[in-house]
Design a protein around this ligand. Structure first.
Ligand SMILES: CC(C)(COP(=O)(O)OP(=O)(O)OC[C@H]1O[C@@H](n2cnc3c(N)ncnc32)[C@H](O)[C@@H]1OP(=O)(O)O)[C@@H](O)C(=O)NCCC(=O)NCCS
Length: 214
């Protein structure tokens, strides 16, 4: 039988990209991994993998049998290194859900999302494109998660919470059902978000408040 799987390119060969390669290696019925796209040619020198860096995402000329994943942990870097492929080359981005994730069939994930092992997503939740959800995070019913978000491990996002685009939520946070988090906000680790967080600010603590080291 000829191998009809599509060739997968993972954008980003840092820690998150290597994790994502592991997800594909765990369960890979659809894709043959062709390699990483990363501007840092030598990024895998100290952590070699079965595939290497095959090109730069900013200059890659896609082939018709290729499909892509955006695996950069920082939402703005994810956007920077992916947007040309999305808007100029109009390539396909896979949404990859690890087989050990538990996703309601009434939840909706848009293209380019990555869902790690042991994530739970409940009914009527919407996760917009290019959002990544890390291990053991649970998202309740009717939550709204924006585009290009990074939701790190062991977070609880309560039913009905609303999270804007480009939001980062660090590990072990609780986002309550009344929370509305503005675009580009950063929620520091271990925080409890009770209400509205303005766009673009960093918050930390319980209850989460505006935070800066300076
Ligand atoms: C709370 C947090 C979100 C704040 O982020 P931030 O405002 O961007 O702050 P940073 O951590 O980038 O640090 C900003 C500056 O304060 C400095 N700083 C860091 N820790 C400091 C401390 N304890 N006291 C004083 N200054 C400190 C940094 O060196 C940096 O200075 P620089 O800009 O001159 O390099 C961040 O510190 C944090 O905890 N991130 C989570 C990291 C993590 O757990 N990642 C795991 C992902 S799975």
């Amino acid at each position: 039988m000829p191998d009809t799987r599509r060739h997968l390119l993972i954008v980003g060969a840092g820690g998150f990209g290597r994790e994502v390669l592991g997800y594909i290696e765990d369960d890979n019925p659809l894709f043959e991994v062709k390699g990483f796209l990363d501007s840092r040619t030598h990024v895998l020198d100290s952590t070699p993998r079965s595939v290497g860096v095959v090109g730069d995402p900013l200059t890659w000329q896609p082939q018709s049998d290729e499909v892509f994943m955006a695996a950069l942990g920082d939402p703005y870097l994810r956007f920077k290194y992916t947007v040309n492929l999305r808007d100029i080359h109009e390539v396909d981005f896979a949404t990859v859900v690890h087989p050990r994730a538990n996703i309601s069939r009434h939840a909706k994930l848009e293209r380019g999302c990555i869902v790690a092992p042991n994530v739970g997503i409940s009914v009527d939740t919407h996760v917009d494109e290019f959002t990544c959800i890390q291990e053991y995070t649970v998202i309740g019913h009717d939550a709204r998660i924006g585009k290009w978000c990074q939701i790190n491990s062991h977070c609880t996002i309560a039913g009905g919470a609303v999270i804007g685009d480009f939001v980062t939520i660090h590990p072990n946070c609780v986002i309550t059902s009344r929370a509305v988090i503005g675009q580009g906000a950063i929620v520091g680790p271990g925080s409890v978000v009770m209400g509205r967080i303005p766009a673009g600010i960093t918050v930390l603590g319980n209850p989460a408040r505006r935070f800066s080291f300076r």
